[in-house]
Design a protein around this ligand. Structure first.
Ligand code: NAG
Ligand code: NAG
Ligand code: NAG
Ligand code: NAG
Length: 499
């Protein structure tokens, strides 16, 4: 398991396959908008170009590249990435639709900053023709025991709006478009138009990080859309990976608005402030049921625990109890003080509390962010249950409830976790929340790796990567550095927190 002890945006960078493609560097260099001045939006490629690209993707694919997902642009070319380039999906097999993440930008300044640093999250012009994506999108059974034989559709994130925007470019005074909610809908429309969906299809809308939030925001809309498209019996479900954020007060006042805000940007903003601005900029669409509950504060609908009770489609929630993106958003910093450790400790408790009404949840006590597209995602466990096994239990329960259930049937209350399975079946629970309270406390956490060297890191190394100064810790504790470096992590944690 590769877990990067880094803010999620760097994680996205590390995964950005385009960064290695030499021919794309030139393209990168061709469009250097000045950071301060408004960036002119790129125009959408002429239709002929887009069609040529699709042809290419279809006819020139190497047959041997079994793992590769091919790039496909949306049919509706007026639904675009931030810069007006066509949005799309890299599709090859069947109906797991995965929304990628990468935080968001919330105002002109943060979006231009993002355009400078993270352009691949704003335009499809840098997308390669093919991508290899592992984990739950892998076609290899050993890597993906849960869904190796499903159709896989990867929808790269290029709208910077947590998949909630409906703003076409360019609006007066704004360079970029924000069409995340429309991109999700167009992906489904295209799947239906190509005849790839039928009444017995199951669509699992999955997403990582901001994509996970996007799942909760869009899953009921997708169910409605397939019904409107004449496929009333397609079942639509959601799988949320690391997109369940908390809006508890941050560790330090004036917390950053989130990793996407970048250094020095939005520093004075809370998540609420950033989301308020973002919602206006994106012309955000949140589910009507949630908006109705939070009429004066619709930004609250970006927080899973508030959104979840209003979602009708079945949802499975994966969340690390010590989510790195949450730690970054809370501005907790390198844990060197008791206050910081207490805050992190309480974060785990807060996550657990918000899970109490969630019927299908998997929450290991690890420091990490996202899981689904990591190559050894299947090794993640809570107790003795692996994540793929828990997902299978969820599928079984849903199909046992009703093989082709209409979403209405679920409304009054199958939400609550049913104790036991009844009927003398082998228990197959769908709630798995680690109870031990420290990060990495149960030794079943993914191995941590240094993102730059790939080297495995132990827990102490992770603490160091958060900025823990071991020498001053050793001095403070009155022990030598060698002893400290070789100390059992749990012992060390106890030392660090006892005062
Ligand atoms: C394309 O999407 C836009 C935005 O949702 C919509 O207004 C338009 O009708 C769509 N065009 C087609 C041909 O479906
Ligand atoms: C799906 O089922 C509905 C009725 O249940 C039917 O009207 C529709 O034609 C079916 N669509 C397909 C593509 O089979
Ligand atoms: C769980 O549901 C109950 C009843 O609807 C509600 O009172 C409670 O606040 C919910 N708990 C959480 C953590 O959302
Ligand atoms: C660690 O996991 C095991 C199950 O494998 C569980 O029995 C145990 O209580 C957990 N440890 C703690 C400290 O929660």
């Amino acid at each position: 398991m590769t877990v990067l002890p880094l803010p999620p945006l760097l994680l996205q960078l590390a995964l950005g396959v385009v960064l290695a493609a030499p021919e794309l560097r030139e393209e990168n260099a061709v469009v250097p908008p000045a950071p301060a001045a408004p960036t002119p939006a790129l125009r959408a490629a002429p239709l002929a170009d887009v069609q040529a690209m699709m042809m290419e993707a279809v006819s020139c694919s190497p047959p041997d590249e079994e793992r590769a997902m091919k790039r496909l642009f949306l049919t509706n070319t007026s639904v675009t990435c931030n810069d007006g380039s066509p949005a799309g999906s890299a599709g090859s097999r069947r109906w797991l639709v995965l929304l990628e993440g990468g935080w968001y930008c919330h105002d002109t300044r943060s979006c231009h900053h993002r355009w400078q640093r993270l352009r691949h999250l704003m335009t499809s012009r840098l997308w390669p023709d093919q991508r290899n994506v592992g984990g739950i999108l892998s076609p290899v059974p050993e890597e993906n025991p849960y869904s190796w034989n499903a159709n896989h559709v990867l929808v790269p994130y290029c709208s910077s709006d947590s998949w909630s925007g409906t703003s076409p470019a360019p609006t007066p005074g704004e360079t970029f478009s924000f069409m995340g909610a429309l991109i999700v809908q167009e992906v489904v429309r295209d799947l239906a138009a190509k005849g790839w969906l039928s009444n017995d299809s199951h669509v699992l809308l999955a997403g990582t990080s901001a994509g996970g939030t996007g799942v909760m925001l869009n899953v009921d809309g997708v169910q409605e859309l397939v019904r409107a498209l004449g496929l009333p019996r397609v079942s639509v479900r959601g799988l949320v990976d690391s997109g369940w954020f908390l809006d508890r007060p941050p560790f330090s006042p004036g917390a950053v608005a989130g990793p996407g805000a970048g250094p020095g940007l939005g520093r004075a903003l809370t998540a609420a402030g950033a989301l308020r601005q973002g919602m206006a900029l994106w012309r955000a669409r949140v589910p009507p049921a949630c908006a109705a509950r939070h009429r004066t504060d619709p930004w609250r609908c970006y927080f899973g625990y508030r959104l979840y009770p209003t979602v009708k489609a079945p949802l499975f929630l994966f969340q690390w109890l010590f989510d790195e993106a949450q730690m970054t958003a809370d501005n907790v910093g390198a844990p060197v003080s008791k206050q910081q450790w207490d805050f992190i400790h309480e974060m785990g408790d807060s996550f657990r509390t918000t899970f109490s009404n969630v019927s299908a949840v998997f929450a290991p006590a690890c420091i990490a962010h996202t899981v689904l597209t990591k190559r050894d995602w299947a090794a993640v466990r809570v107790g003795r249950v692996s994540l793929p096994a828990a997902l299978r239990c969820w599928d079984n329960r849903l199909s046992a409830d009703s093989p082709m259930e209409a979403p209405e049937r679920r409304r009054g209350g199958s939400r609550k976790h049913k104790k036991g399975d009844g009927g003398g079946r082998v228990p197959c629970p769908t709630r798995h929340v680690e109870m031990c309270s420290w990060p990495q406390c149960n030794h079943s956490c993914p191995k941590l790796h240094n993102p730059f060297t790939g080297e495995e890191m132990n827990f102490i190394a992770v603490l160091k990567s958060f900025g823990l100064d071991m020498l001053s810790v050793a001095n403070a504790l009155g022990i030598d550095i060698h002893t400290l470096n070789n100390m059992d992590p749990e012992e060390l944690l106890q030392l660090l927190t006892a005062s």
